[in-house]
Design a protein around this ligand. Structure first.
Ligand SMILES: Cc1cc2nc3c(=O)[nH]c(=O)nc-3n(C[C@H](O)[C@H](O)[C@H](O)COP(=O)(O)O)c2cc1C
Length: 323
């Protein structure tokens, strides 16, 4: 119905539902799980370009991707065109992602204080330089992810420059950096960007269920939807939304068993890719069990455990008990 095939650069995706880049969330195992449920493109957590160039590169991005993690985008964060280019060339050579995305939306102070993330939106010339430098040097399509600016004309100016510099797609989170996550995503603001550009524009912000997905696609007229927080602990959301957009019908499933089964699969994927020790398993367990029967007691028990393996055992038995 409303499920369109999104094409970014030369890559035609099987649909138009994207998993947002999220630090501490969208590791390889989580992306693989979302992909199983129909995420058509997934992005890595943001990778700091300066750190990537300074540290031993191989260990820095250990477990970044795998052959079945396709198509995927790597997101870089930085403010120096040359360093971003060097980091992107390394990523291109090493991983051959379908897309390299530049973070121009992160409002966290630790990022903006270095002139990165949403701070870049105050320097349209630098934005143009960064995207041009990358599109001139890479074979990989380049996309970027922005937030809205306080004045619509400023947002449109940046969006036009991004397109002119050769970007293959633009994602717009419908909040300003000052808003952080408060208020709601500004649908007309995203629509204004979409109307202005010829490259694919992806709408982001507050897509949390079938209705909000349909509404966002319809009202922004965008080419794709990017889902962030609603996927945390709930990768099944891609199947729900995809099914609804295709058929107009909602999937009825048992939330309790589905979420626990997904968490069990997630742990297996983390183990398979040797990622268990590199994530905060307690935090992830919290997202997957949020709102489920008996989850409060299990979280209390988790809080008393230090060892990742012990947490895994506890959650596995919780999953099995509840099935
Ligand atoms: C925990 C967390 C980490 C995030 N990390 C990133 C990131 O690394 N790069 C980025 O561009 N946006 C990041 N974001 C923003 C999301 O990609 C997305 O733009 C935002 O959450 C709004 O979408 P949503 O309403 O679907 O969550 C992060 C958001 C959250 C909640």
């Amino acid at each position: 119905m409303k499920l369109k095939k999104l094409k970014i650069g030369k890559t035609e995706l099987s649909g138009n539902l994207l998993l947002a880049p999220m630090a501490d969330v969208t590791n390889l195992a989580f992306r693989l799980l979302c992909r199983r449920y129909g995420a058509d493109l997934t992005y890595t957590e943001m990778i700091n370009a300066d750190a990537l160039l300074n540290e031993s590169r191989k260990s820095f991005i250990k477990g970044l991707s795998s052959p079945d993690d396709r198509p995927f985008g790597v997101q870089l964060v930085g403010s120096c065109p040359e360093k971003l280019k060097q980091a992107a060339l390394f990523i291109e050579e090493e991983y051959r992602p379908e897309i390299i995305d530049i973070n121009m939306g992160c409002p966290a102070r630790c990022i903006t204080v270095a002139g990165c993330g949403s701070a870049l939106l105050n320097s349209p010339e630098l934005v143009y330089m960064i995207i041009s430098e990358l599109t001139d040097s890479l074979n990989t399509p380049v996309s970027t992810k922005i937030r809205l600016l306080g004045r619509e004309e400023k947002t449109l100016e940046i969006a036009r420059l991004i397109e002119k510099a050769g970007a293959s797609a633009l994602t717009v989170h419908g909040r300003t950096a000052t808003q952080m996550y408060s208020g709601s995503s500004n649908i007309p603001g995203i629509r204004a960007v979409k109307s202005e550009l010829s490259i694919p524009v992806i709408a982001n912000g507050d897509v949390r269920d079938e209705e909000s997905a349909e509404r966002t696609l319809e009202l922004t007229d965008c080419d794709g939807l990017m889902i962030g927080r609603a996927a945390m602990g709930n990768p099944f959301i891609f199947k729900r939304i995809g099914h609804y957009l295709e058929t107009g019908e909602k999937l009825e499933t048992d939330k309790q068993s589905r979420r626990l089964e997904d968490f069990d699969t997630y742990i297996s994927l983390l183990e398979e890719h040797d990622l268990l020790s590199s994530i905060n398993l307690r935090m992830h367990a919290h997202w997957f069990t949020k709102g489920l029967r008996g989850s409060r007691q299990v979280r209390e028990k988790i809080n008393g455990l230090e060892d990742g393996r012990a947490i895994t055992e506890l959650l596995r038995s919780f999953c099995q008990e509840k099935h």
